[in-house]
Ligand binder design. Sequence first.
Ligand code: NAD
Length: 501
Amino acid sequence: MNTFQETLINLGLSEEELNSGKLVVTGPICGSKLASIEMHKPRDVEQAIARANEAFKIWRAVPAPRRGELVRLLGEELRAAKEDLGRLVTIENGKIFSEGLGEVQEMIDICDFAVGLSRQLHGLTIASERAGHHMRETWHPMGVCGVITAFNFPVAVWAWNAALALVCGNPVIWKPSEKTSLTALATQKIFEKALARFGEAPEGLSQIVIGGPDIGDALVTSRAVAIVSATGSTRMGRIVGEKVAKRFGRSILELGGNNAMIVAPSADIDMAVRAITFSAVGTAGQRCTSLRRLIVHDSVYTELVDKLKTVYGSIKIGNPLEPDTLVGPLIDRDAYERFEIALKESKTQGGTIHGGERVLKDENPDAYYVQPALVEIKKVTDIVKTETFAPILYVQSYHRLEAAIALNNDVDQGLSSAIFTNDVREAEMFLSAVGSDCGIANVNIGTSGAEIGGAFGGEKETGGGRESGSDAWKSYMRRQTSTVNYSKELPLAQGVKFDVD
Ligand code: NAD
């Protein structure tokens, strides 16, 4: 028995489930078929939505700390399955094993956060202008939460949403990426273990629907889905956002990024090189927060670029299950073709390319491993402004910090950003109202690798949604303002007089 089969058995996936349908799941490590699983039809989604709404009637009335107990058990089950689920993430998605494990750890972390949150879903009490009156704000469960996820974080993004939605009193229906549905099925099995231990949850509390955009669309267009949390490309978000808005539903959009780092003259260059490399080539450049643009002060440009070329030349590219590999494969052939096209366009638009070749082609003719590319380019051309989901880093120089910040902000997306500097004035300016326009702005760390404690998301074409920590839970609840009159008078607000006798 090989590692893959063992992993599937440990995760409780049966032979029958893995060979029963039309959706072919291909592993990026060698490009071979991993499974063919059953796909749902839009009418199955309708039934799932109906079940979820029945579950909502029960779940919303369960005390929040008790709902938190289910998420605590989910965290325990994830701890037990971490190794296997992390390996399956690597096999199905191609990120290195350490990142596969990290993704499952992120699921565990958000469960821990949500358990605490289940005792902290608090509102406000507000001073009333009327004597004998009391005003308060309460947060109530919102309804069914549809979760549409991308291939690059195949399981963590579900957990960000599900852990919060469940403690907030909402059932969840998950439509995973059609490229990574196996890890989703395995996650559902883990959730079912937690449910069995919890014992009294309503049927249909957390369901999974498998398929492509048409299955996602069935969630997006249904008035019975109160919240649609969609993670993926800006192209997808534009369609989903419009459709949900049209029916006055609530959407949480987590879309594309085109993230930059500024390296200032006072920066610790060696530390910057490490941060740049992890952010730009980690996950083979397939994170929404991957570093895509580097804006370097002209006084340190040559030193930094020379060091980066050396480090890029020594990065181990290969099978992501092997312990010393740092860069695994791209997800599929389409991703490789987009990488190639972007490099060709960069050249036409004046760029000088270092790296960017396809590697390990003879050993893996059906898999797509690439040497990460550095592209030195003077102008901000169309290609620099485009998110190509692959390890391409555009490098530009600057002279004045204001100009560097303007370059940072001169793209349609607004997800993550960073500055490397030891000058407190520069750091604070970058974080100020006239600094980075992104949802995430870091100092002396890279653009990727966020912790779950903060709210995660970005502005402009990144969609404006916030998930994970801080007060992101409010997106999963409805706010109610209540005024209670405990006096024997009926004064009206703003001193309005309305005497009827
Ligand atoms: P994608 O947009 O191709 O697909 C994402 C999901 O949307 C999939 O489940 C897909 O089936 C579904 N989908 C596509 N069209 C749809 C439609 N019309 N209606 C309903 N559902 C639809 O994205 P991808 O290639 O899987 O992922 C890469 C993209 O995701 C990148 O742009 C990346 O930046 C972005 N991303 C963003 C975040 C974030 O938090 N901001 C996180 C991860 C990935």
